[in-house]
Design a protein around this ligand. Structure first.
Ligand code: NAP
Length: 335
């Protein structure tokens, strides 16, 4: 089977397509699934892991997580959708043939992966394609956790969403609306129609307007792109409001430890979070947003796009013919 691998942190030229031994079903652990991957996404987390490019003050923590000197996982990628090819002897939640999707830290840019059945996986909701399912875990799990569990958004609250057309933002806008909030979305003018279509009541183009210049105050400011700061936005936050950082430097993280008004955390994943995500999709609260769809051989281009921080929704990679032996052009250290 083929997989996207990297041996060292660095530029996209470090990515390579490698032929690896196929995984034998007999080698599966009792609680493992063998999954044929049809679609994966490239996210900001994948770019950060590839380049060891972590937010300010988080470089050591990032490397301790991803691998101190070189990537802990040679195979890249975290989000996937595919079909179960084989199950371990004690698997109860899934069966051969199930379409599944989820997030798995063990590297998913491969034709086959092994995932424990207790990991962040669920059956693909009815009506979704593999690409649509693969577009959800990173952004939508994060949006659900930060809006529902961490910020505890209430109906009627006024919410400012920065980075609204990006990987997490497109799900923040939809879910905040579903929860009954009034949503002001911040992105460039080019993406206004996209975020209005997702439910935004008002759109601010950050290139021509500073949200603070509106002299409005919000119940919740939620920032997945690290473009707001606590002192600068203090007067834009209502008494009792929450300034929520999904991307944060060390300053915001330290502030969140001493103030209830500043919230930072790490997305809680797991099978329960995936089941809630499926319920939200089936209820029509969240729909997948795919801005870019490419063959797996374009992985370097996908990473460059994500790194520029102007992607629209999810960036999806698919094996050239899902389910069949891939026609991959073997590449030397670059795609
Ligand atoms: N804490 C956690 O557990 C957790 C979980 C998931 C992700 N994260 C982190 O959160 C971040 C998520 O990023 P993402 O994937 O959503 O980012 P992204 O896709 O790169 O975000 C791009 C968005 O940001 C907008 N943008 C660019 N400059 C802006 C500015 N100055 N003001 C307002 N918006 C601006 C872009 O608008 P235009 O394109 O229209 O210009 C676009 O809407 C990553 O750093 C990731 O590592 C953390």
């Amino acid at each position: 089977m083929y997989a996207i691998t990297q041996d060292h942190y660095g530029p996209v030229e470090n990515l390579q397509i490698e032929s690896l031994a196929a995984i034998e079903p007999a080698a599966l652990g009792a609680h493992d699934l063998l999954v044929e991957v049809h679609a994966t996404s490239v996210t900001t987390a994948d770019w950060r892991m590839r380049a060891a490019d972590f937010p300010a003050g988080m470089r050591l923590a990032g490397r301790l997580f991803a691998g101190l000197l070189r990537p802990r996982n040679r195979i890249t990628g975290r989000e996937f959708a595919g079909r179960v090819l084989a199950v371990g002897a004690e698997v109860t939640r899934f069966a051969v043939g199930d379409a599944v999707f989820g997030a798995h830290a063990g590297g998913v840019n491969a034709e086959q992966i092994v995932v424990p059945e207790g990991a962040s996986i669920a059956r693909v909701p009815r009506g979704l394609s593999m690409a649509e399912a693969a577009s959800l875990p990173f952004g939508a799990l994060t949006a659900a956790d930060f809006l529902i569990d961490k910020a505890k958004i209430q109906a009627g609250e006024e919410v400012l969403v920065l980075g609204a057309s990006g990987g997490v933002g497109v799900y923040l806008v939809q879910l905040a609306k579903h929860l009954g909030a009034a949503v002001t979305a911040v992105c460039s003018g080019a993406n206004e129609a996209l975020v209005r279509g997702l439910g935004a009541d008002k759109v601010i183009d950050y290139r021509s307007e500073d949200p603070r210049a509106l002299w409005r105050s919000w119940d919740v400011i939620i920032d997945p792109v690290g473009k707001s700061d606590v002192p600068g936005y203090r007067s834009s936050l209502r008494e009792g409001g929450r300034h929520v950082f999904i991307e944060a430097g060390i300053g915001e993280i330290l502030r969140s430890m001493v103030s209830d008004a500043v919230i930072f955390g790490v997305t809680t994943e797991g099978s329960a979070a995936m089941e809630r995500l499926c319920e939200l999709v089936e209820a029509g609260a969240i729909r997948p947003v795919i801005g870019h769809r490419m063959p797996m051989t374009a992985v370097a281009e996908a990473h460059r796009l994500v790194e520029r921080r102007h992607r629209r929704g999810a960036v999806i990679l698919e094996w050239p013919a899902a389910g069949a032996p891939a026609e991959v052009v073997p590449l030397q250290r670059a795609v």
